[in-house]
Design a protein around this ligand. Structure first.
Ligand SMILES: C[S@@+](CC[C@H](N)C(=O)[O-])C[C@H]1O[C@@H](n2cnc3c(N)ncnc32)[C@H](O)[C@@H]1O
Length: 264
């Protein structure tokens, strides 16, 4: 593990117990996936970088006869997923600790694979190759993420000091297209962009930073984050008239890959 990977791993271990409560979960991408998979009698799927399972719960709500393999590198996150899904009466899943680029799954065994808000943590080319190998021909891989340029337009990108400079892991669509094309295993069948109107108080925003709701904040040193937080507060007060009603847009993208026929 590199130093940055260790920082991120420790970050997710630390916030696992409250991660779901500090992130906003949107049903729209899951509804979209539900429409795309409509008519499937049974779906065997993997969610890679599943975190604490907030999108897994939605997948079970929107997809009939789903059997899910929830995969993450972090045990603390997986424990949360397990308890969360069982707490909702869901048992058609297993959790597996693994790296996204080294999935311990047989070839062609999945009808479908998902990854939400996680691909920027992966070795992307190797992930695309691996996930294509475990997904059957004609199956789907859904990647939900935010692009570098989308990140630059949200409240953090616009107003939080150094946020753009620190967050260099996110991709642009061209990076994703190029990685997909280079593996030659799948085609991009669909690209759907989402724009969500958000509202929060200044106190809620400050609380999210202190709890490091985006892992980007774990890339600041303690004193750097303290200074930037002060600066952010000033900028928000200057820019918005009502600190109890701060509005902005978050943007995301969903990319649907379709597996090409496989030659033996
Ligand atoms: C930002 S969280 C997203 C979690 C979840 N998909 C969600 O949207 O709530 C990213 C997740 O990816 C996991 N992760 C990071 N690097 C990984 C890797 N190389 N292989 C598998 N999982 C990884 C982290 O442990 C974390 O749980």
């Amino acid at each position: 593990m590199t130093t940055q990977q260790r920082t991120i791993y420790d970050h997710f271990s630390r916030i696992a117990s409250f991660y779901r409560h500090i992130r906003t979960t949107d049903a729209q991408p899951i509804r979209y996936i539900g429409k795309k998979l409509k008519g499937s009698k049974a779906i065997r799927a993997a969610d890679i970088g599943c975190g604490t399972g907030r999108y897994d719960l939605l997948l079970f709500r929107y997809l009939d006869n789903l059997h899910l393999t929830c995969i993450d590198i972090n045990e603390s996150m997986l424990k949360q997923t397990s308890a969360f899904l069982k707490g909702h009466g869901i048992h058609r899943f297993i959790t597996v600790k693994a790296q996204a680029h080294d999935l311990p799954l047989r070839d062609n065994v999945m009808d479908c694979a998902f990854s939400f808000n996680a691909v920027h943590h992966f070795d992307f080319h190797r992930f695309i190759e691996k996930v294509a190998g475990v997904t059957r021909e004609g199956g789907f891989v859904f990647i939900y993420t935010r692009l570098q340029s989308q990140n630059a337009r949200n409240i953090w990108g616009r107003h939080f000091p150094l946020f753009i400079e620190k967050e260099k892991r996110l991709y642009e669509l061209d990076d994703i297209t190029e990685a997909v094309d280079s593996t030659r295993c799948s085609n991009i069948e669909d690209i759907k962009k989402f724009k969500f109107k958000r509202k929060a108080t200044l106190d809620q925003l400050l609380d999210r930073v202190r709890k490091k709701h985006y892992s980007t904040f774990s890339l600041y040193s303690d004193h750097e984050l303290r200074d930037c937080l002060k600066e952010f507060k000033k900028k928000i007060v200057h820019h918005f008239t009502d600190p109890d009603c701060i509005e902005w847009f978050d943007e995301n993208i969903l990319i649907a890959l379709r597996l090409r026929p496989k030659t033996i």
